[in-house]
Structures are given as C-alpha cells and as structure tokens.
Design a protein around this ligand. Structure first.
Ligand SMILES: C[S@@+](CC[C@H](N)C(=O)[O-])C[C@H]1O[C@@H](n2cnc3c(N)ncnc32)[C@H](O)[C@@H]1O
Length: 428
C-alpha cells in the first residue's frame, strides 16, 4: 500500500532534502516503493509505502517531520473543514485511549481564526471516535500520542497524520543546548550545501554546543540520526512492524560497528566559551562520539586544525540572540572564573562595534586559511563587508523565523576576493 507523504524542512533546504530523499531511497529501502514528488517552499512531497516513510524518519538528517496525507478537498469555511475531518476513518489509525494534538498552518487562507479551524478539526476527530467507539480522546498539547496537521491554502484543506512525533531535529541525545544552538536539521542541511565529505577536514571555530560537529560525525560514521529516538508511528494502530524492526536493527548494528571501528575523523571545533565547550562535550558523550577535539580559543586567533585544505563552517553570534565575545585584545579568553570582570568588560565596551571582531576574523581567514572554503551562516547581510571578503555564493536559509544567508568564501591562494575597507554594502 502506498501513501502520499509531505516532508517539511527548514526553508531554503528543499533541494538538499530532495537529494537526500533520493539517497535514502537508493541506499536504505532495498527496492521498496518510493516516488519522488514536487519540491514546494518549506518541504518536499513523495509517494511510498510504510518502509519509505519509516526510513525517512530514521535516516533523514534534513527533514523536520514526515507527514502522511489523509485527505484533501476544497473548503470555504470551518464547517467544510469539520465535515472533511469527520469523514476520515481515524479509528484505523488510533483509538480514544491515545491523546491528541491538532496544529494548523495556512497560506492565504480566508479564515479569520486558525485557532477556530484547529478546534473544529479536533472536535471532528473526537466526534468520529466517539461515534464509532463510544469514547473521545483527550487533548494533550505537550506530549500527545498522536498529532494531526491541517494545511490550508486559499481554497484547499489537507489533513495529515504526523508519523514523527517529536520533530526530527531532536535526535534524542541533546541535553545541553547552550545559548543559541542551531537546529540539527538546519546544521545537517548546511553541511550538505557545503559539499563536505568525511575525507575533508571540517572546522567550526565558534562551535557552541557542537551541532555542526555532531551532525558531521554522524555522517562520517554513517550513524542514522534517528537511531536513539522513538517515532510517532510507533503509537499508531498500523505500520509495518517487521520492516521497522529490520530498518532499526540495521541502524543499531551500523552504530555499533562505527563505534568499534575507531575511524579517524578530521572534525574539529573551538569556541571562546569554556562553558559552551563543556556542553558540547556532554552532548557528544551522550551521543556516543566523545573523541571530537575541542579547544577553547578566540576565533580571531584561530589556525587551521589540520593540514590540507578543508571546510570551515560557523554561525557567529547574531546581534538578535547573543553577543560577540572577545572584542577585547586578541587572544584574551575570558572564562567562568572571570565572569564578574566579563560584565565590567562588556559595559566598558558596550559601544565597541562588532566590526572590529569581524574584521579580525576576516584577516585570520585571509592570512591563515589559504585553500580552505569558509561557509558562514548569519542574518547579517553586511557580513562579507565586515570580513572584508567577497563571497563566492550566498544561499538564503531560514533559521526558524530568522531569515539568514549562508555565505561562501573561497580562500584561494593569491586570489582571495577582498572588499575594500569601508565597503560594507548589504549583500542581498
Ligand atoms: C550562535 S552561537 C553558535 C551555536 C552553535 N552553532 C551551536 O549549534 O550550538 C555562537 C558561538 O560563538 C561563540 N563566540 C562568541 N565570540 C567568540 C569569539 N570571539 N571566538 C570564538 N567563539 C566565539 C559563542 O560562545 C557561541 O558559542
């Protein structure tokens, strides 16, 4: 039996997700049905059976969820939506013993209240189950057993059953988040956009809680991103249990083999904050890869951690979220013990522009990273000007609701494309 699935992902990563889905179909499905579908803003469609849906949950590093399409029909008002939801045979999928949550997303919907539409779908599902079984499920918005998603355009209503449960960026091992962690699926998508492969050195000089490093390590060791977690479909009345057991045990065996194999990885991280590095270490330990070398270091003083050209990837602090640290004299690393001094320092330098930090960072890239390719994710379009480097490419990406650019800088010997001092025109 085949279903239509929709796989949401961070906006800007649709093509990367489509390519990843093709890889999953080729390498993880043993010939099970999979038909790629359209890429649309915010996700990718595909058609396939349970094995395909489960394999995408287990193996996609970029997907946010895997949604199974239940019904689609034109609508004009909330009553039409209620009627569509009431007709569906929800009892095939779950019983009134399961708790429920309904979410609605809309683009150009004429409805005045999406909350009311959400409520009507919840009522319809509960009414349907009461009619067929005599009992209504309860709502649990925090930890529901079952999630129904409603997607509204100007004229069409689509109902989806979520097969993921917790969003897929939750890999099941992160304890310590740090101040502003990247979502794992955004980090994984960026790694794919950089073209990095495990035989190439990878360095994140502002690694924070280590999201890029953890994702890269899992790619290098071929560890399935979902091997440590559970999925929404495991609570449904029907899914392909034996196909799931085969997929999951292959993933568990691959992880065991990877940990036993002691493969040499060229993945390196540093950060100015000792606290962040402790968080990164705790995360790596829980995830089972504790050998990633980490250094406490001001990024302005960074040097290539490995011989040979490699890929540097970073998301520096965003003005909106956390401050750049280390605006003081180069190399000064402030640690927890000096926190009170930190505050004095920050007050004293409250007016110091970030420009000084980014100019020094640009100098470090130009002077010491010849042959490397640097990829920097930021919401600040003036970043290339601040680094005094000209980007070779820029890709719009969304970090949640924050519109960002992934800037690529090719630090080729003798031809580093520099911007003249003072040229801080915004790149679009
Ligand atoms: C937006 S966070 C990076 C988050 C990271 N990608 C993650 O997923 O957790 C920016 C990081 O830059 C670090 N940072 C700030 N100033 C720095 C400096 N001068 N040198 C090195 N790291 C710095 C912060 O400690 C923080 O961990």
């Amino acid at each position: 039996m085949s279903f239509d699935f929709f796989i949401p992902c961070p906006r800007g990563l649709e093509a990367a997700l489509a390519a990843e889905l093709t890889d999953i179909a080729a390498n993880r499905l043993n010939g099970a049905a999979f038909t790629p579908g359209a890429q649309v803003p915010g996700g990718v469609h595909f058609r396939g059976g349970w094995p395909a849906g489960m394999a995408v949950n287990l193996h996609s590093r970029i997907a946010s969820r895997v949604l199974l399409k239940i019904a689609e029909r034109p609508y004009r008002n909330e009553q039409d939506i209620y009627a569509l939801a009431l007709e569906q045979r929800w009892e095939q999928w779950f019983s009134a013993n399961e708790t429920l949550r309904v979410d609605t997303t809309a683009i150009k919907s004429p409805l005045r209240s999406l909350e009311f539409a959400t409520l009507r779908v919840k009522d319809a599902v509960c009414d349907r189950l009461r009619d067929v079984s005599g009992a209504r499920p309860s709502v649990d918005t925090a930890y529901p057993d079952v999630r129904v998603f409603v997607f509204l355009t100007a004229t069409e209503c689509t109902l989806y059953l979520d097969t993921s449960g917790e969003p897929l960026f939750k890999r099941g091992w992160r304890l310590d988040k740090g101040a502003a962690p990247l979502r794992e699926n955004l980090a994984a998508g960026i790694l794919r956009l950089t073209g990095w492969t495990p035989d190439v050195p990878l360095y994140d000089p502002m690694c924070g809680s280590g999201t890029f490093l953890a994702e890269a390590t899992q790619v290098a060791l071929d560890i399935a991103p979902g091997v440590e977690r559970r999925f929404g479909f495991e609570k449904l009345r029907q899914y392909d249990v034996s196909a799931w057991q085969a997929l999951k045990s292959a993933a568990i065996d691959a992880k065991r083999a990877a940990r036993g194999g002691k493969k040499h990885l060229q993945i390196y991280g540093s950060d100015i904050s000792g606290d962040m590095l402790e968080k990164a270490r705790a995360n790596f330990e829980r995830a089972g890869f504790d050998s990633i070398p980490l250094k406490q270091l001001d990024a302005r003083g960074m040097t290539p951690p490995a011989a040979g050209p490699g890929i540097l990837v970073a998301n520096p602090p965003y003005g909106e979220r956390i401050e750049v640290r280390g605006r003081g004299p180069r190399g000064e690393v402030r640690t927890r013990e000096r926190d009170s001094r930190d505050d004095t320092f920050h007050r004293a330098h409250a007016d110091a522009p970030d420009a000084e930090f980014f100019q020094a960072l640009g100098d470090a890239l130009k002077q010491r990273f010849t042959g490397w390719h640097a990829f920097v994710l930021t919401s600040d379009r003036k970043l290339p000007g601040q680094l005094r480097l000209r980007e070779s490419a820029k890709t719009p990406l969304f970090n949640g609701a924050l519109e960002c650019r992934l800037f690529r800088f090719d630090l080729i010997a003798g031809s580093v494309r520099q911007r003249p001092a003072g040229d801080t025109n915004a790149a679009s």
